[in-house]
Design a protein around this ligand. Structure first.
Ligand code: PTJ
Length: 249
């Protein structure tokens, strides 16, 4: 049992959620490695949502609200870390969930769908009856009414190849990835360099705030968005954080 007073309580609890996910058969063992990598980058950004991330989160909310067919992709890490938060965002943005795995097994897909349903998810695409063009391997399997035909897809912790394949299909891809240098971060339309545990609740808060705006007002929010600039700001934020830390020691 980790005491709440532990200075790394939040981070350690997040780690426990991933371990629980593996034990339940929801998260892959590779998910543990991904989480470790994420933790290292979270350290570098100071374990707080930075300005660049908050801006990207607001743009993501506007894009989801403006979308004709938004879909939220759920993998084993996302299902373990933020299942309730994803269900809430799915409802707010009217964006169905779709389980889409990199290390795909039908058993894990079914377990994640059941896990989401138990927590109250009502709108989930379950059939995998289409393939993302240009991708070999099980990870290409998607739903023809879901990710395959969506105009905007939110992909937390995505694989770089699949992110590129979705962009090549003409979709707006919103990625959440703590590593601003990853291929996913570099090729997404909107890159949120933040921990999924903070990013998803923030997108929901923005979606709630923006919901009452007119279409033109939402378009105004996304009009001048420049993803290259967001990534370069995120890298600057890491640099500044490291500079502050090196001045302290
Ligand atoms: O459940 P599956 O089979 O779909 O597999 C999911 C993982 C995440 C295991 C799979 O997609 C994978 O192997 O991903 P990668 O290539 O390890 O990339 C994961 C990326 O997510 C890395 O750039 C990490 O820095 C980042 N990341 C890890 N944890 C978090 C994170 N980003 C945001 N929040 C996190 N908690």
């Amino acid at each position: 049992m980790i005491p709440k007073s532990h200075p790394r309580y939040e981070s350690l609890m997040t780690r426990e959620l991933i371990i629980e996910g593996v034990k339940k058969g929801i998260t892959s063992t590779q998910g543990l490695i991904a989480q470790g990598r994420g933790e290292a980058f979270d350290y570098l950004i100071g374990e707080k949502s930075k300005e660049s991330a908050l801006h990207a989160e607001k743009v993501a909310a506007a894009k989801l609200l403006l979308a004709k067919k938004p879909v939220i992709s759920v993998n084993g890490n996302a299902a373990a870390l933020v299942p309730r938060e994803l269900i809430r965002l799915s409802e707010l943005a009217n964006a169905p969930l779709e389980v889409n795995l990199f290390h795909r097994t039908e058993e894990r897909v079914d377990k994640i769908i059941r896990h989401l349903r138990t927590l109250g998810a009502r709108n989930i695409f379950t059939k995998s009856d289409a393939l993302i063009p240009g991708l070999e391997h099980e990870r290409a399997k998607v739903n023809s009414e879901g990710i395959f035909s969506a105009d905007v897809v939110l992909v937390p912790l995505e694989d770089g190849d699949r992110c590129k394949a979705l962009v090549d299909m003409g979709k707006t891809v919103i990625a959440i990835d703590l590593n601003p240098l990853s291929r996913t971060a570099q090729c997404a339309t909107v890159t949120i360099v933040d921990n999924i545990t903070r990013a998803v609740p923030h997108i929901s808060i923005f979606a709630e705030e923006l919901k009452c705006l007119k279409m033109e007002e939402l378009q105004e929010i996304i009009r001048d968005y420049d993803n290259k600039n967001t990534i370069s700001l995120a890298i600057d934020e890491i640099k500044n954080n490291l500079e502050c830390l090196s001045n302290i020691s």
